[in-house]
Design a protein around this ligand. Structure first.
Ligand code: FAD
Length: 830
């Protein structure tokens, strides 16, 4: 096996050592700057509440595995997980509603949960003020992780299995040879390694800097306090609890006031997120002292009582039993926040052998460690971890200003009720397309992704809503799905289907792959034969070795050895860059250049039955169906502007993506806008786009399908050319899978009543039992019904009825044949 150095003996590093050693890797060294019995990082003081359920399937499953694993670790009858259950209470009507949504997530992700009445909350948790609580969500499998104990037991068991632990040993540098790490330096010498994994918690930024990697995490202090002995708990003999555990009540969340609670024997522990964000620079904390104890450790800063005052007042209201107590002890403990709240897992694209597993809560620790161990030993994690990928961030998202502002914001909002489309107010306008000024003139309402400002709809189209034919009139929506929505989207979809509309496609990732090795690279990584003639567009998949989907991309062959890739994420760029380097190392001379050209170019999607009328008058080339057929491309001049016309469509209508370099963008916009006026052209936004995209049955990578799914299950096996002569990643696995009947499938559903909205991630019930979950959803304006895509058991057939649970209400829906719009592709091939 490979020589591995893990930096950090917190809950993540020790779990990783355990997951690797249990998979047969036997040359593992864990290097820890603090004393091993109490390293002094966040784990050493973690109160260890584990609430498993979140809107993210990935995070929930990482948490579920952590619970399973911690339950299995035990010594001399002493356990590492106290499964007291989790109770979240609502004290406002909005929170009560939100708990229903959360209950839905639990059902979607397979976590047993129950919505309970105020009386039941009070029965389960007698210290609650029964005049305040409106209801709760109870999750019996949640509980308390004894993280420091688990860490010690993991050190003990992995040491026995041969893992070396070096305490009091700070890593001061990471050694490398070119683009490969070769070891770590410490005051007592170099430790050679093939793989270095930084599990350094909130010191991650400093470790990253040693190899020139920006680690987008922000250490923040967070308040935790313990009360004096609680008289109401005094009668209980906590010491008689089995297994050295010191709590019997469920862990408790009072999110309306940003508070959480647990018992510590006869005392209460109180955690608070309502205070001002308090950023910390880890390097300013100095070296870990030789002696660390409960009170003195680098991750524990002095308690700032004044910040805690509101928490204490609110606590005494919610838990009157604490009115006879005081705060005995408190601290401001440090842990990590990231721009999107997710952990950081994986490797940077420019370096081999360096991995990180940071910004990980105790809640997800064993899950993250297992995922990374699986990636290292087999190349793939069984839980999709795309949303944890270190490489998921765009360049503008990893600088300190961005990380600080968004990290602080995530701290503040951690317990807020967040709408799935909620937009941050700042930082904004980081990346704007060259059409931005014109879009503003048209009253664009912008939503942000990856730093890009993307028009969601245009207020300029408001009057069109009045002129919509009756079958297109928007239906009334419930208050939640009305938020961040405008009926203008219906009008924009109507115009696209019946006249023509222009969409800003600039924010879609575009990479150029060129050089003598380009054909070989794309032939090896994609599922299609891309040795087609220049001018061809191919929709293809990137698979894992196991035959699952790691991405779907468009490959545009521009010249013999110049390709453009239309991709989904920055992670696709990291994958292509890394694979190009690996290939080049194997076949020197066959160099490949992978360049992100997204920001230096721009793109307009011009779609609708009258798109050809708009272009015919201003184009130098034949744009007839014969001159430029579907899935082909040509260079052209449009009113003097050099462009590439790409005959493809995300919305299922005739038209092109028209691409040019950024400096020509505004002129291109103006030219098309002017030429289109007489044909009824409008500018349309992403909301209408999403609806039409779903009507057409096009999948969204990351939401509809992930590395957990294979092409047969996801309904995209048509994009795999099993007869392709050349071998490609995942080919053998795909061939094996082709003889199996999928046990689950991504299916199109329409809502029977034609009006009840769904937003995504809701559970789906079949014969009364939770059987799957919604991936993406939208109102299908053309078909006049809400649409949901959902993962369902393979046996559920077309025409069958299922129920989708939305805020506790069951909505009937029917499984449909695909696509819902123009299945014969007549609109595209005219
Ligand atoms: P750490 O435990 O910090 O371990 C990193 C280790 O790396 C440290 O021991 C450090 O000494 C070592 N290290 C760093 N740099 C070097 C170097 N150069 N050389 C050698 N070693 C190095 N999470 C929950 O899930 N539930 C909770 O209820 C919860 N409550 C919390 C309450 C508070 C007050 C705080 C502060 C955090 C809480 N967390 C909670 C978060 C949780 O504690 C952390 O996310 C988790 O412990 C991080 O584990 P880790 O192993 O990544 O990091």
């Amino acid at each position: 096996s490979q020589r591995v150095v893990i930096i950090g003996a917190g809950i993540v590093g020790t779990n990783l050592a355990d997951e690797l050693v249990s998979r047969g890797w036997n040359d593992i060294t864990v290097v820890e700057q603090g004393p091993l019995h109490m390293p002094g990082g966040s784990t050493s003081h973690a109160p260890g509440l584990v609430f498993q359920t979140s809107p993210s399937k990935t995070m929930t499953h990482l948490a579920r595995y952590t619970v399973e694993k911690l339950l299995s670790i035990e010594k001399d009858g002493h356990k590492c997980f106290n499964q007291v259950g989790g109770l979240e209470v609502a004290t406002t009507p909005a929170r009560l509603e939100d708990l229903k949504r959360k209950h839905g997530y639990a059902s979607s992700w397979g976590i047993d949960a129950r919505l309970i009445s105020a009386e039941e909350c009070f029965k389960m948790y007698p210290h609650l003020n029964n005049e305040m609580v409106l209801g709760g969500l109870h999750i019996p499998t949640d509980g308390l992780a004894l993280a420091a104990r688990a860490t010690q037991l993991l050190i003990e068991r992995t040491s026995k299995a041969g893992v070396r632990y070096l305490g009091h040993t700070p890593v001061t540098g990471i050694e490398r040879d070119g683009r490969r790490v070769t070891g770590v330096s410490t005051p007592s010498g170099t430790i050679p390694a093939d793989i270095v994994v930084s599990c350094a918690g909130f010191w991650g930024v400093e470790l990253g800097a040693m190899v020139g990697v920006d680690i987008p995490l922000l250490p923040l202090a967070h308040q935790y306090a313990k009360t004096t002995a609680v008289p109401a708990l005094a009668g209980r003999d906590i010491n008689s609890l089995p297994n050295g555990l010191n709590a019997t009540l469920p862990i408790l969340r009072h999110q309306d006031k940003r508070l959480y609670y647990r018992e510590h024997g006869g005392q209460y522990g109180i955690g608070y997120y309502g205070h001002r964000p308090m950023p910390v620079v880890a390097s300013s904390l100095g070296l870990t002292p030789k002696d660390v104890d409960e009170q003195n450790m680098p991750s524990r800063l002095e308690f700032t009582t004044e910040d805690f005052d509101p928490a204490w007042k609110e606590t005494q209201k919610l838990l009157p039993a604490l009115q006879d107590t005081e705060i005995e002890d408190g601290f401001n403990g440090i842990f990590s926040f990231t721009p999107d709240g997710g952990p950081l897992l994986g490797q940077p694209s420019h370096l081999d052998g360096f991995y990180v597993a940071e910004a990980v809560w105790v809640t997800h620790s064993a899950g993250v460690a297992r995922a990374l161990a699986q990636i290292l030993t087999t190349g793939r994690s069984e839980i999709d971890v795309s949303e944890c990928e270190l490489s998921r961030f765009e360049e503008v998202q990893v600088n300190r200003d961005y990380v600080t502002e968004t990290g602080k914001q995530n701290f503040v909002e951690i317990y807020d009720i967040i709408h799935p489309l909620q937009q941050r107010a700042s930082p904004r306008n980081l990346r704007v397309s060259p059409f931005n000024a014109r879009q503003r003139e048209l009253g664009a309402v912008f939503f942000e992704t990856g730093g890009w400002e993307r028009p969601w709809w245009y207020e300029a189209n408001k009057d069109l809503v009045k002129s919509l034919p009756p079958s297109w009139k928007p239906v009334d929506r419930d208050a939640w799905s009305t938020q961040l929505h405008s009926p203008i989207s219906a009008a924009e979809a109507w115009k696209t289907r019946n006249a023509v509309a222009m969409f800003d496609m600039t924010a879609f990732h575009r990479f150029e792959v060129s050089g003598p090795g380009a054909v070989g690279l794309l032939q090896r990584l994609t599922t299609s034969d891309i040795t087609t003639k220049p001018g061809t567009v191919t929709y293809t998949l990137l698979l894992t070795d196991h035959g699952n989907i790691r991405g779907d991309i468009f490959v545009l062959r521009l010249e013999d050895d110049v390709f453009q890739i239309g991709a989904n994420t920055a992670t696709d760029l990291a994958y292509l860059t890394r694979e190009a380097r690996v290939q080049e190392q194997k076949t020197p001379g066959q160099w490949i250049q992978v360049r992100d050209i997204t920001g230096s170019t721009c793109c307009i999607g011009l779609w609708g039955p009258r798109a050809r009328d708009v272009i015919a008058g201003i184009s130098t080339i034949d744009v007839s169906n014969k001159g430029l057929p579907y899935f082909s491309l040509k260079k052209a001049i449009l009113a003097g502007i050099p462009v590439t016309m790409i005959r493809k469509s995300y919305v299922g209508e005739l038209g092109w993506e028209i691409q040019t370099s950024a400096e020509n963008g505004q002129r291109l916009w103006d030219t098309i806008y002017q030429a289109g006026k007489q044909h009824g052209l409008i500018a349309a936004g992403r909301s209408a786009f999403n609806s039409m995209h779903l009507e057409k049955g096009y999948r969204t990578y990351g939401a509809d399908m992930t590395t957990e799914h294979n092409p047969f299950e996801a309904g995209v096996s048509y994009a795999v050319d099993a007869t392709k002569k050349d071998d490609f990643v995942g080919k053998a696995a795909f061939q094996r899978l082709s003889s199996q009947v999928p046990s689950r499938r991504l299916r199109a559903l329409t809502v029977d009543d034609g009006r009840s909205m769904i937003l995504g991630k809701e559970p789906v019930f079949y014969n009364g039992k939770a059987a799957g979950y919604v991936t993406t959803a939208a109102f299908g304006y053309t078909i006049g019904k809400p649409i949901a895509y959902a993962w369902l058991p393979g046996g559920v057939g077309e025409g069958e009825t299922v129920e989708i649970e939305y805020f506790g209400t069951r909505i009937k829906a029917t499984v449909q044949a695909e696509s819902l719009y123009d299945p014969q592709m007549n609109r595209l091939n005219q």
